[in-house]
Design a protein. Structure first.
Length: 131
């Protein structure tokens, strides 16, 4: 049986090796989010940093993922940081975005003028919808 650390590393590898499936799953989840979030996200490049230094570059167009690949995107609007605790929550089927944001297991920062503005809008929208 795998240790918790080995399980987390296996999950990260699965994400990095199956970016098409992960993109599809995230886009499906975004369909259930309030439309305001898609409007705020819009067209952006996002770099997602995992705790153990793996990086995913994600491009959103109209609030949906259009491309996801291993490595950094140039000129990102946001950086998102995901701790290993998120994978522990996923293993126990107890993942909750609100809790992950409150516990700072998922954090984000806007870069540049537009990124900073979008980050402030996103924080406000998440607060308004109870996240």
């Amino acid at each position: 049986e795998l240790s918790e650390e080995e399980t987390i590393e296996a999950q990260k590898s699965a994400v990095l090796e199956n970016t098409g499936k992960v993109s599809s799953e995230i886009n499906n989840a975004l369909e259930n989010m309030p439309g305001i979030l898609n409007s705020i996200i819009g067209d952006v490049n996002v770099n997602v940093y995992f705790e153990s230094e793996e990086i995913l570059g994600v491009t959103f167009i109209d609030g949906k993922i259009s491309a996801m690949e291993v490595g950094e995107k140039e000129d990102p609007t946001f950086n998102v940081y995901i701790s290993d605790a998120v994978f522990v929550y996923l293993n126990t089927n107890s993942f909750d975005l609100k809790t992950a944001l409150e516990n700072k297991d998922i954090t984000y920062e806007g870069l540049g003028f537009f990124g900073t503005m979008k980050s402030a809008l996103l924080t406000t929208a998440l607060t308004l919808i109870g996240m």
